[in-house]
Design a protein around this ligand. Structure first.
Ligand SMILES: Nc1ncnc2c1ncn2[C@@H]1O[C@H](COP(=O)(O)OP(=O)(O)OP(=O)(O)O)[C@@H](O)[C@H]1O
Ligand SMILES: [Mg+2]
Length: 268
């Protein structure tokens, strides 16, 4: 068994035949906790979706947990918190049910959840501070709370690799701190973390290494501590990195109008 969680070599990832992330080299050992940083539109989500088989590998190599992407033998080894997600307003499911979906790959066909599954769901919901909302319809929760439900769903799967795309976006400070504590725990237990974020502050004790994506290229790979804040905001440039900081590096720019409607789902 390889000790690599991720291996990208000359990897080009995109949609259709359009390359977004280009010629990426990245090796992540099992148990590492890596932040993925970069400005809006730089390709962070595309990179993480490429690891899940949700964006197309157009060239090069992308291996996840020792196998080409999408060819993992068992399901449930990779947890994913997508950046944009509407927990549909029409969905009557409760918090317990949605988080329980995270256990499905572990159940196998026709198997009913057992005590271990129920405990994993309860622990995950507790970890994101929603224990008192377990039986509430997800649609009745706020945007930030729904985000935390999705984090719990990924945690409940107890994956070997946890890919989170802006898990703290729209989540209040107390919940971010709680999430940091949870991630520290799962990281200590050996789970590999890849976390796309604009807010490294709360997670800085957990994410030791940072990768910066800039216009589809990986321009920095090194200690998170070497990525300094710009103008005191939640933004980043690779201090001391080979590549100079690029203009427009602020990460918290207002999004253009077409994206503004997405605010409704609370995922930003
Ligand atoms: N489904 C898609 N089809 C085609 N192009 C896409 C698709 N999704 C994203 N893109 C393009 O890929 C580029 C990178 O987008 P991506 O979502 O990876 O950026 P990001 O770094 O995650 O940005 P943000 O910080 O805003 O989340 C953008 O130019 C975007 O328009
Ligand atoms: Mg993104």
């Amino acid at each position: 068994m390889t000790d690599l969680a991720l291996r990208l070599a000359g990897a080009t990832i995109g949609y259709g035949d359009v390359a977004i992330v280009r010629d990426a080299d990245l090796t992540v050992r099992r148990g590492e906790a890596v932040a993925v940083l970069g400005s809006n539109g730089s390709g962070k989500t595309t990179l993480s979706r490429g690891l899940l088989g949700l964006a197309t590998v157009l060239g090069g190599t992308v291996e996840v947990l020792g196998a080409p992407v999408g060819r993992q033998r068992e399901h449930g080894r990779i947890g994913y918190v997508p950046q944009r997600h509407t927990v549909s307003g029409a969905m009557p499911a409760t918090v317990r049910e949605v988080v329980g979906v995270g256990r499905l790959p572990r159940l196998g066909l026709f198997r009913r959840p057992g005590p271990r599954d129920r405990a994993a769901v309860a622990e995950a919901v507790d970890a994101v501070g929603l224990a008192d909302r377990l039986e509430d319809p997800v649609a009745a929760l706020s945007g930030g709370q729904q985000r935390r439900v999705l984090v719990a769903r990924a945690l409940a799967a107890e994956p070997e690799l946890l890919v989170m795309d802006e898990p703290t976006a729209g989540v209040d400070a107390a919940s971010q701190a709680a999430l940091a504590a949870v991630l520290a725990r799962v990281s200590a237990a050996g789970t590999t973390l890849l976390v796309v974020t604009h807010e490294t502050g709360p997670l800085s004790g957990v994410l030791m290494r940072a990768v910066v994506v800039d216009s589809g290229r990986l321009t920095f790979d090194g200690p998170l501590a070497a990525v300094g804040p710009v103008a005191g905001a939640d933004c980043h440039h690779p201090a001391g990195a080979a590549a100079p900081p690029v203009r427009g590096y602020r990460l918290d720019q207002p999004r253009p109008a077409p994206d503004a409607v997405r605010v409704r789902d609370g995922s930003r």
